[in-house]
Design a binder for this molecule. Structure first.
Ligand SMILES: NC(=O)c1ccc[n+]([C@@H]2O[C@H](COP(=O)([O-])OP(=O)(O)OC[C@H]3O[C@@H](n4cnc5c(N)ncnc54)[C@H](OP(=O)(O)O)[C@@H]3O)[C@@H](O)[C@H]2O)c1
Length: 335
């Protein structure tokens, strides 16, 4: 049995999902030979420390750690001080400077800890440097949950399709935009109506600009370009148009001609824009679903669809990344 000490930084929607999933999957992990212990959870208020593993039931009912924190340690200080093998980083995304996640990841990687994250910001701002830091310290940086939530895209390309040349990836990477466009097409309602419906349902933020202006999708395009296509690009290299200019009339006309209008991110073209997609095409998914078509030289086109967000769904991608780190280590040991 291999002991793995895990620290979690960020205790919001995804952080709660991670605590829940790690607790639920304890037996499965043990059956795989992993004794995974969540030894700390940190948010902006402090840290819960537990040598024998955090009591999930005790903290899952709390919105923040303010009432249950056993230490005032926060941020980089906590990451460096806590003895762990792996850090899960799930603080808010900032794609301009990458903080606070960038500092957290640098501290963990330089301290010899693997990093698993759903936080796009640090990867958009500094993928090359973080990757090098991981390599220099003999640890891994895994980020499946940053693109398409639970949709297995990065691991599919890196592992299952290894041996193929990937000519391109094109897809829907933002569930909020897809929901709005779907509702506009279904009901013939204007953008503003569909947006307020999405806000009422909690699918769109009060300030939706990050999603509807295409910023979130462009961040994902940068991550895919740098990690899967060996490119070295920044957010400003992506040509971005959001969905705010899409009208119900354009959607109706497209539909009449057999098309849907979807916000499509394209790598390596480095574009994000509303595009016509044939109705019935595997990537023309509805509602909050995400999708990606992977164009390969040997396997033709492979399409994946799945939930792009959600507490447990995103935690599922994080769990997969954790397991894959220790499986890779096992294979390394054999060779
Ligand atoms: N939600 C999803 O379905 C989803 C899906 C895929 C990827 N993601 C990404 O995953 C990350 C987490 O998303 P989320 O929805 O869980 O966000 P969230 O609900 O806003 O949670 C973020 C957490 O990080 C905490 N935090 C903020 N600054 C911190 C700091 N300096 N040190 C420690 N903790 C800090 C926040 O505390 P306060 O709230 O008290 O400030 C909160 O607990 C984001 O980067 C997001 O883009 C989310």
């Amino acid at each position: 049995m291999r002991d793995v000490r895990v620290s979690l930084v960020g205790f919001g929607v995804v952080g709660h999902g991670v605590v829940d999933v790690l607790s639920r999957k304890k037996k499965l992990l043990r059956d795989m030979g992993l004794n995974l212990k969540l030894v700390s959870v940190t948010d902006h208020t402090g840290t819960v420390l537990a040598e024998d593993g955090v009591d999930a039931e005790k903290i899952l009912g709390e919105r923040t750690l303010a009432n249950v924190a056993s230490s005032g340690m926060k941020g980089k200080e906590a990451i460096s001080a806590i003895d762990s093998d792996l850090m899960i980083e799930v603080t808010p995304t900032n794609i301009v400077h990458g903080q606070p996640g960038l500092g957290h990841m640098e501290a963990a990687l330089s301290g010899g800890k693997h990093v698993v994250t759903s936080n796009k910001g640090p990867l958009v701002v500094s993928y090359g440097k973080l990757k090098k830091l991981a390599e220099d310290n003999g640890v891994m940086l895994k980020f499946e949950a940053t693109v398409g939530g639970t949709m297995p895209l990065i691991s599919l390309v890196e592992r299952t399709l290894v041996g193929n040349t990937i000519n391109g990836i094109r897809g829907i990477f933002n569930g909020t935009c897809n929901y709005i466009l779907t509702r506009m097409a279904e009901e013939g309602i204007p953008y503003t109506h569909a947006l307020s419906e999405a806000q009422d349902l909690g699918i769109a933020e009060a300030d939706p600009s990050y999603d509807v202006e295409g910023v979130d999708t462009a961040g994902k395009v940068v991550i895919l370009a740098n990690s899967l296509f060996g490119m070295d690009v920044k957010y400003s290299d992506v040509d971005v148009t959001g969905i705010t200019g899409v009208t119900p009339e354009a959607l109706a006309l497209a539909k009449k001609r057999g098309y849907a209008i979807k916000l499509i991110g394209d790598v390596p073209a480095l574009t994000v824009r509303p595009m016509l997609v044939p109705l019935g095409s595997p990537i023309a998914v509805s509602g909050t679903l995400n999708s990606a078509a992977i164009y390969t030289d040997l396997s033709g086109t492979i399409t994946v669809t799945g939930l792009g967000a959600g507490s447990i769904e995103t935690a599922s991608a994080i769990l997969t990344d954790i397991i894959s780190i220790y499986r890779t280590k096992l294979i390394d040991a054999i060779f």
